[in-house]
Design a protein around this ligand. Structure first.
Ligand code: GLC
Length: 480
């Protein structure tokens, strides 16, 4: 039995701000249980819903040194859907209203978490063969493993994997402050290790010391070796390219299943979508106060409202697109200028534009089920999960060809009747708008071809089945 420990800062259903939580919460369920014992360790934030907190059981506690500080570490445990979860408790670090706040505090919070993850292992008597770290918040784990823990017999030979869900976030601050927080010697703060000019960089540490680096699509694994996508670490990504692999994300096919989904108005599958999917549109139009019209093309956008998602392209041509015979439904929170932009359009085009500036799992399911198309013109996209959810619900993605979007959406070809979505290459607002308008044209003037595309989209398989196998193979190779 191979033992694996996932370490991450968020995980569904306990706490979520983005796609990272979906991956950490769903992937562990899909490993072969006879061969892999995959457990997950997370911070015990006070903002985790009581419903979950009540189910956690206390295991033990101790005090741990972090640089010159000495801090309480509580350990809690919970079994959920066949997976063991551990939670690191410390009210000083984890009691904010959200998992992340000011960077300076987050840096100390996750240095504490990373060190605690390792310190806990002998106490819970779980010696993983591999610690699988996710994003910058856990970047120090491979570094600590190399440093003070290396001399301890218990830790000898434990391997580490660093998965990049988003290279944009690295956990960076000036070297002096970082050194004071993390308590690592000067040895670690040279440019080939944690130093990044005048800064200390957590993710860089993880990428230097992990045995293997993965990211969440093949295309992104290539892109991050270039300056445009490399976020200053393209040199390192090139240097480590032999240890860098892309494994595309899946989604939880039980949770996202139009045939069984209890959150949507009317269930449907690939055989019944022509008749039943539209019921979801009509009901959503009612619920959101849009003009009720089953024939009007509805375009959805769900996600963090940030630059990454290509919203400056949307800003540039949204007024023009609103003149078309379409409805828009937006769900998400993020940068204020985008929140306000969508609120403005909601006010100006009340019958055909619905801006929902909030987080709602339920509404997101309703949108995937109701819409005809889904717009995701990202500037960069390590994997992207919304387009996978859209495909599953027969909602045609309109995407820019970058990262995981490029790897998961097959461009429509009207002459060969192939493809599962629409895509464009350049980061250009009018290129995007032309693509949206081409989709409108197919939707209104060639319904037969559109419906054939919907059934192809619904038949695609982006469950975790294939990707979990790739992770298993990766673990096997690493432990050979
Ligand atoms: C981040 C990326 C997104 C990816 C997700 C899960 O949120 O921005 O592209 O799908 O992580 O890996």
């Amino acid at each position: 039995m191979k033992k694996i420990l996932f370490a991450a800062s968020e995980c569904v259903p306990f706490i979520k701000t983005g796609g990272l939580a979906d991956v950490v919460g769903s992937l562990p369920k899909y490993f072969d249980k006879n061969k892999y014992d995959v457990r997950v360790i997370l911070p015990k934030y006070s903002c985790i819903d009581e419903k979950w907190a009540d189910k956690m059981e206390y295991v033990d506690h101790f005090y741990m040194d972090l640089s010159w500080r000495n801090q309480y570490v509580g350990i809690l445990k919970m079994e959920y859907e066949g997976v063991t979860f551990y939670f690191v408790d410390n009210e000083f670090y984890f009691s904010g209203p959200t998992p992340y706040s000011d960077v300076r505090y987050d840096l100390e919070k996750f240095a504490f978490f990373s060190r605690a993850v390792l310190s806990i292992l002998p106490i819970i008597d779980f010696r993983p063969d591999i610690i699988h770290c996710h994003d910058w918040q856990t970047g120090l784990i491979p570094v600590y493993l190399h440093d003070s823990f290396a001399s301890n017999e218990f830790f000898r030979g434990i391997k580490s994997i660093m998965t990049i869900h988003n290279l944009k976030f690295q956990g960076v601050w000036d070297v002096e402050t970082i050194q004071d927080i993390v308590g690592l010697s000067d040895y670690y703060f040279t440019p080939d290790k944690l130093r990044d000019y005048k800064d200390g960089n957590y993710l860089k540490g993880g990428l230097v010391y992990a045995d293997v680096i993965t990211t969440v699509s093949d295309t992104y694994a290539e892109e991050i070796k270039t300056p445009f996508y490399g976020e200053g670490l393209d040199g390192l990504m090139n240097a480590r390219s032999n240890s860098l692999v892309g494994i595309v994300n899946g989604i939880d096919y039980n949770e996202y299943n139009p045939a069984k989904d209890e959150l949507i108005f009317k269930n449907y599958d690939v055989k019944t979508f022509k008749k039943d999917k539209v019921q979801n549109k009509i009901e959503l139009q009612k619920e959101l106060g849009l003009k009720e019209d089953p024939d009007k093309m509805m375009i959805g956008m769900v996600g963090r409202l940030t630059d990454q998602k290509g919203l400056d392209l949307v800003a540039c041509v949204l007024e023009e697109m609103c003149q078309d015979n379409v409805q828009f439904v937006v769900l998400g929170t993020g940068e204020e200028r985008y929140e306000n932009m969508f609120r403005h359009f909601d006010w100006k085009y009340a019958e055909d534009f619905s801006a929902n500036i909030c987080y709602s799992n339920e509404l997101s399911h309703k949108i995937y089920a109701a819409c005809d198309a889904f717009l995701m013109p990202s500037l960069f996209e390590p994997c992207g999960l919304s387009q996978l959810m859209s495909l599953r619900y027969g909602t045609i993605p309109i995407v820019r060809e970058t990262g995981g979007l490029k790897d998961t959406v097959i461009p429509y070809n009207e002459y060969e009747d192939t493809g599962t979505g629409f895509s464009f290459i350049n980061y250009n607002a009018h290129e995007m708008m032309n693509t949206v308008r081409y989709a409108e044209h197919i939707y209104y003037d060639n319904k037969k071809s559109w419906n054939a595309m919907v059934s192809r989209a619904m038949r695609e398989d982006f469950s975790w089945k294939a990707s979990a196998k790739q992770y298993q193979k990766l673990y096997d190779n690493l432990l050979k």
